[in-house]
Design a binder for this molecule. Structure first.
Ligand SMILES: C[S@@+](CC[C@H](N)C(=O)[O-])C[C@H]1O[C@@H](n2cnc3c(N)ncnc32)[C@H](O)[C@@H]1O
Length: 352
């Protein structure tokens, strides 16, 4: 019987090599020059505009033309599909960041006696922030589908019409979500917190520059001991976007959430919806797309400190649901959705 999940491994490896070529082209500016040119360009024109050595530019163009990423007509080069290439070329720049993880990853994989890992690198976090800015993640339309129905359900559930309300974006990174929330909900006060100081500084600078007065950023240490002290019953909504599966000590964080959430407050977590049952991931788009990030960054981060729980994206949806309930929360079915069906968003509140 033919196996339709068979992977052409040779092609996969060759595609990986071409992705590296795309990544260097993006880094040195060739991709942007071709992208921004209204008309197709010669190699010489591209090398002048990108301020690069012409011979290297030619080699890059031969490589990408052979693969079909770049098209050639009358000795002039262009992209056939600019929209797709802009985002894909940016994503390819994660490859050298993965490559830099190799020595650390080798070490922790060889440690059979203890679960060890390493925190997100600065480069990986900057990449994530830039990716969010470039993509439609966390923009106004995204909020409309992913956050607004939850906030509406929360107010209906609590039978209140809040004049103002407090949202915590836990693990906010470079802050696109926090800023979008602040812009959309002028009657909301938004707190973004993260353990990464550089990201928090960047968010604060942006808040100052944009005169955004309803968003606040705070660096937290470890499992937020200082942050939560004066914030009992403070938050209506807590959001974790791409964070829960990364945490080395989620039990302590979830216990703190129970303290800082208002009675009846909601938590929203977003994680790639990979199955916990490995067999179901065979050929499954989201597992194929997101698992490489987990091996190089998410899983090591969730093993970077004790108790080094080691969730990562491969933890999966079914086990995450059981975990949330084991921590004293009740998973909510909004608009009658099937809570057992894997999806990015899970909404929950304290069990009574
Ligand atoms: C994958 S990034 C997601 C960033 C952002 N939420 C987004 O969606 O773009 C994970 C974030 O969680 C933060 N993080 C990891 N462990 C944390 C902890 N114990 N407390 C707070 N933030 C943490 C990281 O610094 C990083 O910014």
């Amino acid at each position: 019987m033919a196996d339709d999940t068979f992977c052409d491994v040779e092609k996969m490896v060759n595609d990986g090599l071409h992705s590296m070529v795309l990544a260097i082209g993006y880094k040195v500016g060739i991709v942007t020059v071709i992208m921004d040119s209204v008309e197709p360009c010669t190699a010489e024109e591209i090398s002048i505009k990108a301020n690069l050595n012409k011979r290297y530019v030619e080699e890059w163009l031969i490589c990408m033309t052979a693969k079909g990423v770049v098209k050639i007509d009358d000795g002039k080069y262009y992209f056939p599909n600019k929209k797709q290439i802009r985002e894909a070329a940016f994503i390819s720049t994660m490859l050298p960041i993965f490559a830099e993880c190799f020595p650390n990853l080798e070490n922790v994989m060889k440690n059979k006696t203890e679960n060890k890992g390493y925190p997100f690198s600065q480069k990986a976090l900057v990449w994530e922030g830039q990716y969010k800015e470039l993509s439609s993640f966390h923009d106004v339309t995204w909020l409309e589908y992913n956050i607004k129905p939850v906030i509406n359900a929360y107010f209906i559930d609590r039978k209140i019409n809040a004049e103002t309300f407090n949202i915590l974006d836990f693990g906010c990174g470079y802050g696109k979500l926090a800023f979008s929330l602040a812009k959309t909900y002028s009657n909301g006060l938004i707190w973004g917190v993260d353990i990464d100081e550089v990201a928090i500084d960047a968010c604060r600078n942006k808040a100052q520059k944009t005169s955004c007065s309803n968003v606040f950023f705070e660096k937290i240490v470890g499992n937020m001991p200082d942050f939560w002290k004066d914030k009992h019953d403070k938050f209506d909504i807590i959001i974790m976007s791409d964070v829960l599966h990364d945490l080395p000590d989620p039990n302590t964080i979830m216990a703190n959430f129970r303290i800082i959430l208002k009675p009846g407050g909601y938590v929203i977590t977003f994680d790639p919806p990979v199955y916990s049952d490995h067999k179901k991931n065979v050929g499954y788009k989201d597992a194929i797309e997101f698992m490489p990030y987990s091996l190089f960054t998410c899983l090591p981060n969730s093993m970077s400190q004790k108790p080094a729980i080691g969730h990562g994206i491969g933890w999966g949806f079914e086990d995450k649901l059981k975990y949330i309930e084991s921590q004293g929360f009740q998973v909510l079915a909004l608009d009658g959705e099937d809570v057992k069906f894997p999806k990015w968003r899970i909404v929950f509140k304290k069990s009574v």
